[in-house]
Design a protein around this ligand. Sequence first.
Ligand code: CP3
Length: 334
Amino acid sequence: MRSCRGEPVDRPPVWLMRQAGRYLPEYRAARAGVSFLDACRDVERAVEISLQPLRLVGTEAVILFSDIFVPVLGMGVDLDFRPGPVIAKPLRTLEDVEAISVPDPQESVPYVFAILRRLRAELEAEAVPLLGFAGAPFTLAAYLVEGKGSKDFGALKRMMYREPAVLRALLERLEEMTVGYLNAQIDAGAQAVQLFDTWAGLLGPADYVEWILPSHQTIARRLARDRAPLILYVNGGGHVLDPMIESGADVLSLDWRVDLAAAARHIGRRASVQGNLDPCALAAPPERIAAWVRELAAGGRAARGHVLNLGHGCLPETPVEGVRAFTAAARALA
Ligand code: CP3
């Protein structure tokens, strides 16, 4: 928490994006015979899965087990996971967009807040911070318009250039949802919140400033950030570091294509940084992983704070020993 706020620390803390997930045999066991969505809705099971990385691989923060598409279920969108989100009727017209609602998340997805309250009660004694999260409007819209994951999100980009008013209307609804959803997570005990704008890096700098930055700024302004710092993640965002700084987020989470030391120097006191080992690098021998951790920690010092993490989510085929080597090396930093 101090690193997020840029207060002095002995060494950077460590957690991993997608730390609760398919690389862990214990996760696969907890998921046996249960669909992903049912696991997200089952409070006891989701609490157990959220806590697994803390006990099994030694991370120093816990992130809610859920998905960025869980709150979208409450908006009247027919959505399933196979294993990524698949939308039965992709949103393509203004009528499609106007048919989705922005419900009170406490009513549409009450289990998310029950999970957070249980986790916070569990973690309070150990002083382990609890992270909440949400998908950013653009990344949610990418799947809702495309219907599923994609390499270039062509349908989304066509909408952006041919029917900007439709995309604007969709982003506005998603922005409203995201603000209410994250503030409700903070009320339920989340001590920091991460906004995942995984696909925002698909846009060039001018489009990013037009389509992405204003919504990040609005979200940053409307969140209860005195109670929970905001972490902003953009994948492939090295070319939009300046507008990321302008978002007002407390922590900028960078992927591995960015030189962390150079980025940290550029950002300076304006924000903390998070990242940024290539998730695939966890397949390397432990001593190499430890060397990268020392290098990242040294580079991160130029920013006002640094949270050690990966540059994107942990992959299903990641060796558990690699994850343990990563957290152990962080804990061993002087
Ligand atoms: O970080 C964590 O451990 C918390 C939980 C979390 C999940 N998804 C669990 C999950 C978080 C923070 C997410 C975010 C998410 N989900 C993003 C943004 C970050 C990113 O990784 O880019 C996106 C784009 C999604 C959408 C999504 N959900 C995809 C593309 C997939 C399938 C492919 C994949 O990488 O796993 C999911 C499913 C999903 N979300 C799983 C988990 C553990 C796997 C489901 C399973 O076990 O079958």
